[in-house]
Design a protein around this ligand. Structure first.
Ligand code: TXA
Ligand code: MG
Length: 347
């Protein structure tokens, strides 16, 4: 299949009338699947009401069928047709964070959305992205769009159109290139079908920010305890993995350098993932700085690009620094431990 690339300038007025957006929307109406930018990561969108379109999404990504998709909307009115009710706390969260990086789980009204999109669950995750291109495309298509991240399953989520092309060229009808995304990590997923909302996946909106709006919020205990089954099906899979074994190290930079030296003495090619502050300290085969430790949002923004960049090098092993699990640090550490899949080395 030929994959069309549509470049658009996200800053122009009235984007939905642009030929690139119209053409991409036409494809969506014909149940083709199209990658597009959001403020978090690129999504792979398809008509959420069509089994045909949703199957194409799962196929293009190689995604397990038991992992439900997030439904993207551009107007809150769209939700009424496919959810049973919107609880008070969900409304408060929509008022505070939409459009934005927050996915809200609600009770699904059966028979409207493709059951393949919701993986047959009685609930559905909904989000209104804060990106002019995403909003224009949803509006121009007139459809709710089911959209997972636009990467091959298991790879880091894409934060540029080039990342999408690397994974999905030849597998999808097109890519709308609207430049690099902003937040860099996927949306926070919060279950609002229960009295006290539960974070199922940490992301762009922090627990502290949610609590300011709705009071107590809990976190799915499975995120910390690998013996429990996560309530968000996607959280049970290893994700974002670099090709080489990737160890997170809780220790000083001197201790990390020591480990690097030992591996290099054994003739291994070693990578280090650090931040701008320590970039010049390390002596290794490849050292990549992902943002600044003092500004964790910048770490989030470049994290997936860094994980992909390590795969361009033929490394035998990678060591990475850890981050404090506060604010967006929670989402960063969640993604890093998934990318590693190995116990953290405590020095
Ligand atoms: O920022 C984002 O959320 C991006 C952009 C494209 O919007 N999308 C994204 O989708 O990250 P995806 O498919 O990669 O991740 C969706 C996550 C999965 O962990 C999935 O299991 C969970 O949301 N999810 C979706 N519907 C759910 C539901 N009804 N109950 C529990 N978890 C759900
Ligand atoms: Mg994903």
């Amino acid at each position: 299949m030929e994959t069309t690339m549509w470049a658009v300038d996200k800053n122009v007025d009235n984007l939905k009338t642009y030929p690139q957006i119209k053409e991409a929307a036409q494809n969506l109406k014909k149940n083709e699947v199209i990658a597009f930018p959001t403020e978090t990561v690129y999504g792979l969108g398809g008509n959420a009401k069509s089994d045909e379109a949703v199957l194409k999404i799962f196929e293009a990504k190689g995604r397990p069928g038991d992992n439900p998709l997030i439904i993207h909307i551009s107007d809150r009115k769209q939700i009424q047709s496919f959810v049973k009710a919107i609880p008070e706390k969900a409304i408060l969260l929509m008022d505070a964070f939409w459009p934005g990086p927050l996915t809200i789980i609600l009770e699904n009204k059966s028979g409207v959305l493709s059951e393949k999109a919701t993986a047959g669950l009685s609930t559905v995750g909904v989000r209104m992205p804060d990106h002019p291109v995403a909003l224009a495309l949803i509006e121009a298509s007139g459809l709710p769009l089911a959209a997972p991240s636009a990467n091959l399953s298991g790879k880091p989520s894409p934060t540029t159109a080039a990342h999408v092309a690397e994974d999905l060229t030849g597998r999808i009808a097109g890519i709308v290139d609207g430049g690099a995304t902003g937040v860099g990590l996927e949306s926070t997923v919060v279950d609002c079908t229960v009295e006290i909302p539960v974070i199922l996946r940490p992301g762009g909106v922090t627990k502290e920010q949610l609590e300011e709006v709705v009071g107590e919020v809990s976190v799915d205990p499975a995120l910390k305890d690998s013996d429990q089954t996560p309530k968000s099906p996607g959280m049970k899979y290893r994700h974002y993995a670099p090709n080489a074994p990737f160890y997170l190290v809780k220790g000083t930079k001197e201790q990390i350098q020591q480990m690097v030296n030992e591996k290099r003495n054994g003739r291994l090619k070693v990578g280090v993932m650090t931040t701008k502050e320590n970039k010049n300290f390390y002596d290794a085969d490849v050292v990549i700085a992902t943002g600044e430790r003092e500004k964790l949002e910048t770490v989030a923004e470049s994290l997936y690009d860094t994980l992909r960049a390590f795969n361009q090098e033929n490394l035998d092993i990678i060591f990475g620094e850890v981050f404090p699990e506060q604010g967006v640090g929670q989402a960063i550490m969640n993604r890093l431990t998934k990318a590693s899949g190995l116990p953290i080395i405590e020095k």
